[in-house]
Design a binder for this molecule. Structure first.
Ligand SMILES: CC(C)(COP(=O)(O)OP(=O)(O)OC[C@H]1O[C@@H](n2cnc3c(N)ncnc32)[C@H](O)[C@@H]1OP(=O)(O)O)[C@@H](O)C(=O)NCCC(=O)NCCS
Length: 239
């Protein structure tokens, strides 16, 4: 059996975390594959390798280097043909926003980082919040994306959703409602804004990825007609 491995080094992650990080795609895992992978990691001084495995393939594996997944993600898709725009106006976050608005946006992005695999993995945790700040700043500046917000008491931002054109799809990368405002319909309002933005931009398919264990988010997406497409388990293999 061919056990030759080839890790693809991830430049952005390597520079951001200050340690060499890579990714490795492989359908079949066994002891030999794992030994070859660890050998390559040692030779190339790679600290961590991300492995993503579709759930239906996971049961075929002996073991992924004896590790359990650090995260399990579900991908949902929505056919926009059934969506009729509600016309609910959404406020777009602008790059010229006031300092206080930017601070609220960043505080919400930090709340989101706590659910991520970079927070769950203690070796990445100290950088998880910063990663989400960079992510939201990039989306605010991206000409193919919009960050839509809701405001609560005294006009303070209570939640946001991001909409990003990717080819023929619209991706919802981030959605969050401030902790003390959960369960009041704000998430639904943001989803409505996301759906309207997608429809207004002539996009026929919406895509969102969340954690398998995130029941509130999953129910929210299902309520808006999203259907589960696939489940992916993610592993962090450390040297
Ligand atoms: C997901 C989230 C945005 C929902 O916002 P929200 O304002 O609480 O949502 P709403 O009040 O509009 O509720 C919308 C639906 O979500 C579901 N929901 C909300 N809270 C829930 C809970 N605790 N358990 C299960 N489902 C829940 C329900 O289906 C609800 O619809 P319904 O009230 O008609 O049954 C919010 O929980 C949140 O910010 N979570 C943390 C960030 C996050 O996980 N983001 C997603 C990953 S990027």
């Amino acid at each position: 059996m061919n056990t030759k491995t080839s890790i693809q080094v991830l430049d952005w992650d390597t520079s951001f975390f200050g340690k060499k990080i890579g990714t490795y795609k492989n359908e079949i895992w066994n002891k030999k594959v794992c030994e070859a992978l660890r050998g390559e990691m040692k030779k190339e001084a790679i600290e961590c390798v991300y492995v993503k495995m579709r759930r239906e393939n996971l049961s075929l594996q002996q073991s992924i280097c004896g590790l359990g997944p650090i995260d399990s993600q579900v991908t949902y898709e929505c056919d926009m043909k059934n969506w009729s725009s509600t016309g609910t106006p959404a406020e777009k976050f602008e790059t010229s926003a006031q300092k206080s608005d930017l601070e609220s946006l960043h505080a919400l992005a930090k709340e989101l980082s706590i659910a991520s695999r970079f927070w769950i993995d203690e070796k990445f945790r100290s950088k998880a919040a910063e990663m989400y700040l960079i992510w939201i700043d990039k989306l605010v500046a991206d000409p193919d994306a919009s960050v839509l917000i809701t405001r609560g008491d005294k006009g303070i931002i209570s939640g946001f959703v991001t909409c990003r054109k990717k080819g023929k799809e619209c991706h919802l990368d981030l959605i969050v409602v401030s902790g003390n405002h959960h369960g009041k319909g704000i998430g639904s309002q943001l989803m409505e804004s996301f759906m309207n933005w997608t429809a207004e931009n002539g996009i026929k398919k919406a895509v969102v990825v969340t954690q398998e264990s995130n029941a509130p988010a999953r129910r929210l997406y299902e309520k808006f007609g999203f259907k589960l497409k696939e489940t992916t388990d993610i592993f962090h293999i450390w040297r």
